[in-house]
Write a protein that binds this ligand. Structure first.
Ligand SMILES: [Zn+2]
Length: 329
């Protein structure tokens, strides 16, 4: 059973024949991660080349190519294993990387794909696991040319890579994995749904093939905001730009618990399907929410959500505001 304990961010198909022909030059160029520059990975190249022609993908071969590239990036700093569609690396032993795949990545990935996606990824997803703070920051600098904006992990869709600081617990891995799988299949997903679903999965258990969200430390934040009348409307959360226009820790709490509310009402999967069908006419997802609830008015859904949230009980203690900001990702 998956049980997350704690706190707490695409591409198209890859023309493998062209990559194989170009590999010596491309992989050579990809081996240098300079500060302030994005590292060019095989995924970058594939995404650009695919704009001119589409060819069948040999996923395993593509993963092996990516593993070669990642091995060069890590130098003597870790191990890499391939479990297509995942290329998993980090400063952990191969046995430990394999254990993470078997116990977390594979079951969580299967649940997310089965419940929300059209199909498994057709291109490699790189999962980089750092043992602690030092290697987390070293990998962020070497592979992404940045200092990490979160202490827990992050995902970069343009290179289909996620980096997780495993010293901060397991929840970051399934959070970022949700982003990787969801945005690969549904690139235009609204931010409130992307972060709400990823945050829901931070604390979840696997039940009948579905990751079912459990209460966590974000509930007291939401309840306190509702009781003190600092709670902003559901519409203000989901409208374009709304997620980042207010205290971010409140947006995460509200989006997570609204996804849990939909899951308990049995409409979360439907909402995802409806978001997929109408993102050009309904980029915020407001119409999708209403349709998922059988045409209900958004204000009435919001009022029912608040009553439901206030009835929930938890022993969780809300973190200090600074910690809550740091855990938003
Ligand atoms: Zn996130």
């Amino acid at each position: 059973m998956l049980r997350r304990s704690a706190l707490m961010p695409s591409c198209s198909s890859w023309p493998i024949r062209r990559i194989l022909l170009a590999a010596p030059v491309l992989l050579g160029a990809a081996c240098f991660g300079l500060r302030g520059h994005s590292v060019q990975s095989p995924a970058d190249v594939g995404a650009r080349e695919n704009t001119s022609r589409a060819e069948p993908v040999d996923l395993l071969q593509a993963c092996r190519q990516m593993a070669d590239w990642l091995t060069r990036q890590l130098r003597t700093d870790g191990s890499v294993v391939v479990h297509a569609p995942y290329v998993i690396g980090g400063d952990l032993a191969i046995e430990e990387l394999t254990r993470r795949y078997q116990e977390s990545i594979d079951p969580a990935g299967r649940a997310i794909i089965g419940e929300y996606l059209h199909a498994p990824p057709s291109r490699p997803t790189v999962i980089l696991l750092a043992r602690g703070e030092a290697s987390y920051r070293r990998f962020a600098d070497r592979l992404f040319g940045i200092g990490p904006e979160s202490d827990f992990g992050f995902y970069r869709p343009h290179v289909r890579m996620l980096l997780v600081n495993t010293a901060r617990g397991e929840s970051g891995l399934v959070h970022e994995l949700t982003h990787a799988l969801l945005t690969a299949d549904l690139p235009s997903v609204p931010e409130w749904f992307n972060e709400g679903l990823a945050s829901l999965h931070e604390d979840s258990r696997l039940q009948d093939g579905v990751l079912v969200g459990q209460d966590n430390w974000r509930l007291p934040i939401l309840q306190e905001a509702i009781r003190s009348d600092r709670f902003l409307s559901l519409e203000s959360l989901v409208r374009p730009g709304g997620f980042r226009s207010r205290p971010i820790w409140l947006s995460y709490a509200q989006a997570r618990y609204f996804c849990m509310f939909m899951q308990q009402r049995g409409v979360l999967r439907d909402c995802c399907r409806l978001l997929r069908g109408a993102t050009s006419e309904d980029p915020s997802g407001m119409a999708a929410i209403s349709q998922a609830f059988g045409g209900e008015d958004l204000d009435r859904i919001d009022a029912e959500f608040r009553r439901w949230a206030l009835r929930r009980g938890t022993d969780a203690t809300p973190p200090r505001k600074a910690d809550a900001d740091a855990e938003a990702r």
